[in-house]
Ligand binder design. Structure first.
Ligand SMILES: Cc1ncc(COP(=O)(O)O)c(C=O)c1O
Length: 446
């Protein structure tokens, strides 16, 4: 009999209501293609690419084989003062895929580490150029940049910050949230258009308050993923780029979710036609199979840090930062195989195509249901937002999530949003199934 002891004596689940989980455990024991097998032998379709990771679907033979081969060849090697061949190859491939002169890859292991890495590089960059006073970071309300102290500080999801307030970085500010529940609640395959200039606040209030000469970097997700798939207004990211350029401020895109195909393009930067100074990635780069993250820096960022060390002896380290597992050979082998699969199966284009199917299906099935206040679809992801139960924010969506799970579909609840973000290999009939189950659950719990 398979292991069934899910009493939680030893296991503390992250970002999970543990008490509720204990009463109704959701445990996976196998996965293939679009489906999981649960501990009690049921099939559950993965409607969220397992936290936006599994772009090419589960159990990809090519990726598994590459990992096994790498394990038998070079299992691990130190990351400091030496490297491995797969890290060089993976960096080359990732840099080649990234737009503009984003061409120096600094590896880490997760999106949280990528966030903190990029903030530290920003500080090092300014200091190297003689502008060490630039130490203010600007994020955005409802942004998510992981759970490290840096990422948490620039992040803007209140619940993630509430218990840790005294430990947040002091010199941080946040731009306004990019959603207008009255005017831009519904969109499908397009960028919302605002008649108001959402970035006037940055130019006219936030930057003057801190003085632009003190600001190190602005960090945003091109699309706010973890908060529930909120898309910026048309022209927002281009204008943000211009404002940063005007004031010598670095622009960091956190593409942990939008990177490697979710928008139907290699990166969100390609989708929006804006090249940031640093681009953070994780998740889909290895199809979620092995942890790997990184920051892709533009040439000038790297050059500044190197030039800053020009006067130090050649044996001196230029950037005092890195992780034991930066550029782990097995993770990099997985990344190389993943990039092959994404390219060979033309999966970015497929994500764009399936994104249209998903957006249409969500709008058709969900728009007129009780409590629905917003539906937002762009790229291969969509969210439906429900009015909160009075005094119980998040409960309505959580209950819908549980009901969907019992009906064989894994969706994601974020606040009172339900999000679908399937693998790029999803079939239209599977999208119909996911959306149908979601709609039935919303109706049932109305
Ligand atoms: C935009 C963004 N940044 C950072 C992170 C944190 O990544 P990780 O959980 O790998 O630390 C996430 C995770 O969902 C994310 O969506």
């Amino acid at each position: 009999m398979a292991y069934q002891n899910f009493n939680m004596d030893s296991h503390w689940l992250p970002f999970t209501p543990n008490r509720s989980f204990q009463k109704d455990p959701r445990v996976f024991v196998a996965a293939d293609g679009m489906h999981f097998t649960t501990h009690d032998g049921r099939q559950v379709i993965d409607g969220i690419s397992s936290l936006w990771c599994v772009g090419a679907g589960h159990n990809r033979r090519e990726i598994n084989e590459a990992i096994k081969k790498q394990l038998d060849t070079l299992d691990y090697s130190t990351a400091f003062n030496a490297s491995n061949d797969k890290a060089f190859q993976a960096a080359e491939r990732i840099a080649a895929l990234a737009p503009g002169d984003l061409n120096k890859v600094l590896f880490c292991n997760s999106g949280s580490e990528a966030a903190d890495t990029s903030l530290k590089v920003a500080l090092a960059y300014h200091r190297a150029r003689g502008e060490g006073q630039r130490n203010v970071f600007i994020g955005r309300e409802r942004g998510y940049h992981g759970v490290g102290f840096g990422g948490m500080s620039v992040g803007g999801i209140p619940a993630n910050r509430k218990a840790f307030g005294t430990a947040l970085l002091p010199r941080v500010d946040h731009m306004r949230f990019i959603h207008d529940p009255l005017k831009t609640a519904y969109y499908n395959g397009e960028e919302p258009v605002w008649d108001e200039d959402l970035l006037a606040e940055l130019e006219n209030r936030i930057l003057p308050l801190h003085d632009p000469s003190n600001v190190a970097a602005v960090i945003v997700e091109p699309v706010a993923g973890s908060a529930g798939w909120y898309v910026p207004p048309q022209g927002y990211l281009k204008r943000l780029r211009e404002i940063c350029d005007k004031h010598g401020i670095l622009l960091i895109f956190d593409e942990v979710i939008t990177g490697f195909g979710r928008m139907g393009t290699p990166f969100g930067a390609d989708f929006y036609g804006v090249v940031p100074d640093m681009l953070n990635f994780a998740k889909c780069v290895t199809n979620g199979v092995i942890p790997l993250g990184g920051v892709i820096c533009r040439q000038h960022v790297y050059d500044a840090v190197m030039d800053g060390s020009a006067k130090s002896p050649e044996h001196a380290i230029e950037l005092f930062h890195g992780y034991t597992y930066s550029g782990h050979p097995v993770a990099c082998a997985a990344a190389l195989a993943t990039l092959d699969v994404l390219r060979d199966e033309n999966l970015f284009a497929r994500a764009a195509q399936m994104g249209r199917v998903l957006g249409d299906a969500m709008h058709a099935a969900l728009k007129d249901l009780p409590h629905v206040v917003s539906i937002r679809a762009l790229g291969l992801a969509g969210a439906v937002e429900l009015a909160s139960l009075p005094g119980q924010p998040g409960k309505r969506a959580y209950d819908v999530f549980v009901e969907c799970f019992h009906q064989g579909v894994l969706v994601r609840s974020a606040g009172d949003n339900l999000v679908l973000a399937p693998a790029y290999v999803v079939e239209p009939a599977q999208i119909e199934q996911m959306v149908g189950v979601l709609a039935a659950a919303v109706k049932k719990l109305a």
